[in-house]
Design a protein around this ligand. Structure first.
Ligand code: ZN
Ligand code: ZN
Ligand code: ZN
Length: 376
């Protein structure tokens, strides 16, 4: 299948807006700046991902009132200069045999406290502490959890396209025969479909049939799917840099009354979570809305995980829809609502949509039917 041309690339203005917001949030949090390591954070601010993420130091510093500066190994400088946001960043390089931390240290506040990317290596944090013994470091997702959480319209368009692609995979996978094939074979079909529908990376292809579906962490194994099995399908990855993640539960042949009832229950819980989405509601409100439906039906003990997670440049990121997360929802946030019921040794059911917060509620980025689909 031909893959349509991707979306227009992010512009330097997009990246500058993100860096300005980081500087603002940094000041508001009383921090000296943000130190951004290679990975999704660096892609977010610069569009740059070093060819290979290695022990060689690459680090971007965004500090209020100072120009953004990135230290890069001299051999990678030509690549860094081609980054979409290179014009807005001062580049400083270092050569093998020199100490990059000594080069980088004068550019930072010697008494500062910095939020640093969760994906920074311990090697790098220790190097910074050695060069600047009075500095302090905190986790970026803990100190600035909302930094990447509120998506711009350009990001939402990508997330919607990734969701639509995952939905197209679902409509195709329910056409293939399940009974008599292994979970691994169906998972391989799902991975191939995701790539066919424009994904560049497959993050997970869960096929949890029969008792395997009762383990929320089960991915897929060599179990042969049988007539009468419930099957949890949960799959996603990255398309044009943004994540997809959806779950549906299907059944081989007609379900029992109990299987149908449990599925209906999870469906009602997912709907309740969705209806709770609006600006000002808290993340834990979404979790509570789903959990209440399931607990009221007597299955509270069988809902084994939080209700959801943020999604963006990665398939799992803040904010988390979990008890204790009292931050309010804001328009532009994007996260999963994925309640489940897991009956040990028997079967599981999970239904998951990605939802974005709008001015007056929520909008689903997955639109396949929530009905229990009968497969062969
Ligand atoms: Zn069954
Ligand atoms: Zn999922
Ligand atoms: Zn998920």
């Amino acid at each position: 299948m031909a893959v349509a041309a991707g979306p227009a690339p992010f512009t330097a203005a997009d990246f500058r807006r993100r860096m300005a917001r980081a500087a603002e949030q940094t000041s508001a949090a009383g921090l000296s700046g943000v130190l951004v390591a290679p990975g999704p954070d660096l892609v977010y601010f610069t569009g740059y991902l070093p060819v290979a993420i290695t022990e060689r130091l690459t680090l971007l510093a965004i500090q209020p009132g100072r120009p953004a500066v990135m230290i890069t190994p001299s051999l990678e400088r030509p690549d860094a200069e081609r980054a979409p946001n290179a014009a807005a960043i001062e580049l400083v390089d270092w050569t093998d045999g020199s100490d990059p931390f000594t080069v980088f240290a004068p550019l930072l506040d010697p008494d500062g406290t910095y939020a640093i990317s969760d994906s920074a290596w311990a090697l790098q944090v220790l190097g910074l502490q050695r060069a600047l013994p009075r500095t302090g470091y905190v986790s970026m997702t803990e100190a600035l959890p909302m930094l990447r959480a509120i998506k711009g319209p350009d990001e939402l368009a990508r997330l919607a396209a990734a969701g639509a692609a995952a939905d197209a995979c679902y409509e195709q996978i329910v056409q293939v025969p399940f009974a008599g094939r292994t979970e691994n074979e169906v998972a391989a079909d799902l991975a191939a479909l995701l790539m066919e529908h424009g994904h560049s990376q497959v993050d997970f292809t869960v096929v949890g049939s029969g008792p395997n579906g009762a383990n929320p962490h089960h991915e897929a194994d060599d179990r042969t799917i049988e007539d009468g099995d419930m099957i949890v399908l949960d799959f996603g990855g990255l398309k044009d840099g943004y994540g997809s993640d959806t779950s549906r539960t299907v059944h081989v042949g007609p379900p029992t009354a109990e299987e149908q009832a449990v599925h209906d229950l999870v469906r009602r819980a997912q709907q309740a979570g969705f209806e709770a989405v609006r600006p000002g509601a808290t993340c834990q409100d979404i979790d509570r809305a789903c959990r209440k439906v399931i607990a009221d039906a007597g299955y509270g003990e069988c809902f084994l995980h939080r209700t959801g997670h943020g999604i963006g440049l990665t398939t799992h990121e803040p904010p988390y829809m979990v008890e204790g997360e009292t931050r309010p929802l804001e328009p532009g946030m994007c996260f999963s609502i994925e309640p489940g019921v897991y009956l040990a040794g028997r079967f599981g059911v999970r239904i998951e949509d990605i939802v974005t917060v709008t001015q007056d509620g929520g909008r689903r980025l997955n639109s396949t039917s929530h009905e229990l689909r009968i497969v062969r």
